[in-house]
Design a protein around this ligand. Structure first.
Ligand code: NAP
Length: 356
C-alpha cells in the first residue's frame, strides 16, 4: 500500500475549507490529518464548528476530528492548504512558513508579494521556483504559494492561450459573481435577492493586478535574482455580485496584438493542454478550456461543474465593435476559483519535488 502525504487545512470550517474537505476525500496522494480555524471553532468536533453547506455528507473521518487552533503545533503536517479570511491570513500564514510548513494559500494577503508565486498551473507553473527566493525556504524549507482571486482564474485561463499565440494588448471585463464568493454567511439575502450589487470590495484592483502577474514572465538576473515581470497589457474590470449560488460569469472584450480569426481563437482554446495535463495531476481537468457553441451558453447552473468544476467554459465568441473580439467565460468559484486551484498547486509542488 502506498502511504499518502498528510495535509492540514487552515480555515477548514469556511466555504473554501469545506470544498477542500470534499475534494480531498479519497484523494490519491493526500490525506487530511489536521484541521484548524478560529478560536471560535478550536477544540470543537468538526461538525459542531462548521455549518456544512455542501450537498455531499461530511466524510466520517473528518466528522470525528477536532478543530485545532490556527497555529503550528507538533501535529501540523508539512503541507497546509489555507482558506483563511485575508486579515487573519496576514498574520497566520507567515507563522506557518516560518515554522517550516509549505503554505498553499487562497487568500489575497500575499498574492502580490514579490517573492510569492501566484500560480495557475496551466498558465504559469514555471513561476514556482520563485519559492527559492523566500527567506523561509532558505532558512528551513518553509514557503508560501498562492492561487489567484476566483474571478481572475477563469479570465486568465481563457486569456492565456490567446496571449501566447496572438499577444493581448487590452482587455475589458465585466463580471457577474456568485454569492458563495463572499464566504459564509456572505451577502445578506435582503441585499442580494432580486438584485445586483455593482461593488465587490477590492475585487477590480485584484483582477487587474493579478492578471498581469499571472501572464507575466519569470526572469533571472545576476543583480536581482528571480522575479516576475508583469505582462504588458491594459485591463479594465467591472465586478458585480449577482444572485447566483456558485459560478462566476464574465463578459470579456479584447484587443489582440496580432490578428486572429474566430476559428483560430477557438482552436487555441481547444488545443490548450499544459503541465498539469502532461503530468496527469489528479485534479487537472482533461480539457482546461471548453468552448460551447450554443448561443446561450455558458450558464452557471448548466456549466459550472464541467471538468469536475476545474474547466473554464467559454462561449459567444463574436466580433467586438470597440476592440477585436468579445466572449463569455464561466468558472466555478469555489472549485477552480479556490479549493481546486490550491489543490492543483499542491499537486504541482509534489510533482516538482517541493513536497515529499
Ligand atoms: P469564510 O467562509 O468566511 O471562511 C473563513 C475561514 O477563516 C473560516 O474557517 C474561519 O474560521 C477562518 N478564520 C476567520 N478568522 C480567523 C482567525 N482570526 N483565525 C483563524 N481562522 C480564522 O471564507 P471563504 O469564502 O472560505 O474564503 C476563505 C479565503 O479564500 C478568503 O481569503 C477568500 O478571499 C478566499 N477565496 C474565497 C473564494 C470563494 O469563492 N469563496 C474564492 C477564492 C478565494 P471560523 O469558522 O472558526 O470563524
Amino acid at each position: 500500500m502506498i502511504s499518502k502525504i498528510p495535509v492540514g487545512i487552515l480555515g477548514a470550517t469556511g466555504t473554501v475549507g469545506q470544498r477542500f474537505i470534499q475534494l480531498l476525500h479519497e484523494h490519491p496522494w493526500f490525506e487530511i490529518t489536521w484541521l484548524a480555524a478560529s478560536d471560535r471553532s478550536a477544540g470543537k468536533l468538526y461538525p459542531e464548528a462548521a455549518k456544512w453547506n455542501l450537498a455531499t455528507a461530511i466524510p466520517a473521518n473528518i466528522a470525528a476530528m477536532k478543530v485545532s487552533a490556527a497555529a503550528p503545533d507538533g501535529t501540523t503536517p508539512k503541507l497546509v492548504f489555507a482558506a483563511l479570511d485575508a486579515t487573519a491570513a496576514q498574520q497566520i500564514e507567515p507563522a506557518f512558513a516560518e515554522a517550516g510548513h509549505a503554505v498553499v494559500s487562497n487568500s489575497s494577503a500575499f498574492r502580490m508579494a514579490e517573492d510569492v508565486p501566484l500560480i495557475i498551473p496551466e498558465v504559469n507553473g514555471d513561476h514556482v521556483p520563485l519559492i527559492k527566493t523566500q527567506k523561509w525556504y532558505k532558512k528551513n524549507g518553509g514557503f508560501m504559494v498562492t492561487n489567484p482571486n476566483c474571478s481572475a482564474i477563469g479570465l486568465v485561463l481563457a486569456l492565456a492561450p490567446l496571449h501566447r499565440r496572438f499577444g493581448i494588448d487590452k482587455i475589458f471585463v465585466a463580471t457577474m459573481q456568485a454569492i458563495s464568493g463572499a464566504g459564509y454567511p456572505g451577502v445578506p439575502s435582503m441585499d442580494i435577492l432580486g438584485n445586483v450589487i455593482p461593488y465587490i470590495a477590492k475585487e477590480e484592483d485584484k483582477m487587474e493586478a493579478e492578471t498581469r502577474k499571472l501572464l507575466g514572465s519569470l526572469v533571472e538576473s545576476a543583480l536581482n535574482g528571480s522575479r516576475v515581470v508583469d505582462a504588458d497589457l491594459t485591463l479594465s474590470a467591472h465586478c458585480n455580485r449577482v444572485a447566483v449560488e456558485d459560478g462566476h460569469t464574465e463578459s470579456v472584450s479584447l484587443k489582440l496584438r496580432k490578428p486572429a480569426t474566430a476559428q483560430e481563437i477557438i482552436e487555441a482554446w481547444d488545443e490548450f493542454r499544459c503541465l498539469p495535463q502532461k503530468l496527469k495531476l489528479p485534479t487537472a481537468p482533461e480539457q482546461p478550456i471548453i468552448y460551447e457553441s450554443a448561443p446561450d451558453r455558458p450558464q452557471p447552473r448548466l456549466d459550472r461543474d464541467r471538468g469536475r468544476g476545474m474547466s473554464a467554459v467559454c462561449g459567444r465568441l463574436r466580433p467586438c465593435n470597440i476592440f477585436d473580439w468579445k466572449f463569455t467565460v464561466l468558472s466555478h468559484n469555489t472549485i477552480r476559483g479556490a479549493a481546486g486551484a490550491a489543490l492543483l498547486n499542491g499537486e504541482l509542488l509534489k510533482a516538482q519535488g517541493y513536497i515529499s
